[in-house]
Design a protein around this ligand. Structure first.
Ligand code: V47
Ligand code: SF4
Length: 375
């Protein structure tokens, strides 16, 4: 939308008032403070956020929007935790529960082989009976079938559980899984950093400091990872800023985060659902502020299976430069929570068309954001 137009020219039509010094800071490429981020959330008009986030995205990634060829494996929905926003979790033996054997994993991987995926994303429930060896064997099974594939596996919460169960320091646990073929860590389990809110929505799962420690350990072991934020439930703007601030601090220390992914709370079939869902303007606002805030994270991802293709397309004008991948109908987590896409699947052609419709350039990437091909 804005990339071929001079940012200053666009801003000349807007009365910036008190916010002008903050706008100048963003245009000068300076880091904004947490107070600044809160001002952007609370006071900036959506048009201004579009201009600023697009300006920052342009500087970071030009006109490119990244995607990859991926599929998901959700090995189980049986979980020791019981987060109030989760539509997916079941008890051991409960109707609707599943747990994949190594043979199931092998067959799933075979099913996707001819699509030439470059990445498999693995996350699921925290199964009470699985341990680090099972996680290791699961990864090894995938690598036996597809030696070249990048395995992005297990949220910090899943890792925390099996590594603690093995009585290992976090770095040692990560090292063991890396030995089996683990390549990077997805961003799940982060939810929201604030302790009070966390207690209300996901009290039993790994604490926020522990989530950070798992990612730090992974970074120290040479693995990169992603960071997410679950927004649009009972948190407020200050909580979102606090969450992003903590991630920015760890990124200053390790540099290990590839991308930041705001995840919009979806309200179907879960206990937290009575609070409803936030609106599209709030989505645009959240992505835009994230893009402006994270001077040290290269990519902002809009996860289209959850948002829907139209909303993901819109977010390309609000700082997003990555829309995840082709997915191939391989995820259930979000469809169970009432996401826009019930059977998420896009061919490479469709992904490219979506990106081009926003006047951006499609770039197929590997999991570390090296460009494989531009279309
Ligand atoms: O931690 C669960 C979220 C996450 C709901 O790293 C929900 O590339 C909205 O982290 N409404 C797991 N969100 C998935 C995840 C992820 C997704 C896509 C890409 C990447 C990546 C990571 O899903 C959980 C939680 O925050 N979630 N239930 C719900 N009702
Ligand atoms: Fe378990 Fe994850 Fe659902 Fe929480 S969100 S109950 S940890 S599967």
């Amino acid at each position: 939308m804005y990339q071929n137009t001079n940012t200053k020219q666009l801003l000349s039509d807007i009365n910036l008032g008190d916010i002008k010094p903050l706008v100048d800071k963003v245009l000068a490429g300076e880091r904004i403070s947490t107070d600044d981020a809160l001002v952007l959330f609370e006071q900036a008009e959506i048009g201004l956020l579009g201009i600023l986030s697009n300006h920052v995205a342009q500087k970071k990634n030009g006109d490119r929007v990244f995607f990859n060829r991926n599929f998901h494996i959700e090995p189980t929905n049986i979980c020791v935790h019981n987060c109030s926003f989760c539509s997916y979790r079941r008890e051991l033996g409960q109707e609707g529960s599943w747990e994949m054997s190594l043979n199931d994993i092998k067959n799933t991987v075979r099913k996707f082989k001819d699509k030439n995926p470059t990445e498999v994303h693995i996350t699921g429930g925290v199964h009470p009976e699985w341990d680090i060896n099972y996680y290791g064997k699961l990864i090894a099974t995938i690598k036996e079938e597809m030696p070249q594939i990048h395995v992005k596996a297990f949220s910090a919460v899943e890792l925390d559980y099996v590594i603690s169960k093995a009585n290992l320091p976090l770095r040692d646990g990560v090292k063991i899984l890396k030995g089996y073929g683990l390549d990077s860590i997805p961003g799940g389990g982060a939810e929201i950093s604030n302790q009070e809110i966390r207690k209300k929505i996901c009290g039993s799962k790994s604490s926020w400091p522990q989530w950070l420690r798992v990612h730090e350990a992974a970074h120290q072991e040479g693995l990169t990872s992603n960071a997410t934020m679950l927004y649009g439930h009972i948190e407020n703007y200050a909580h979102r800023v606090e969450h992003m601030h903590e991630i920015r601090l760890l990124q200053d220390k390790t540099g290990g985060f590839n991308c930041f992914i705001p995840l919009k709370f979806k309200s179907s079939n879960n206990r937290l659902g009575t609070v409803g869902e936030t609106n599209t303007l709030d989505d645009l606002r959240t992505y835009a502020v994230a893009r402006i805030f994270f001077d040290n994270i290269q990519h902002i991802k809009a996860y289209w299976p959850m948002l829907g293709k139209d909303n993901a397309r819109m977010l390309l004008d609000f700082g997003v430069d990555d829309i995840d991948g082709t997915i191939d109908e391989s995820t259930k987590i979000y469809s169970m929570a009432g996401s826009e896409e019930q059977n998420p699947n896009m061919t490479v052609d469709e992904v490219c068309r979506l990106i081009r419709s926003a006047n951006k350039k499609p770039a197929e990437r590997d999991s570390l954001y090296n460009t494989i091909f531009t279309y």
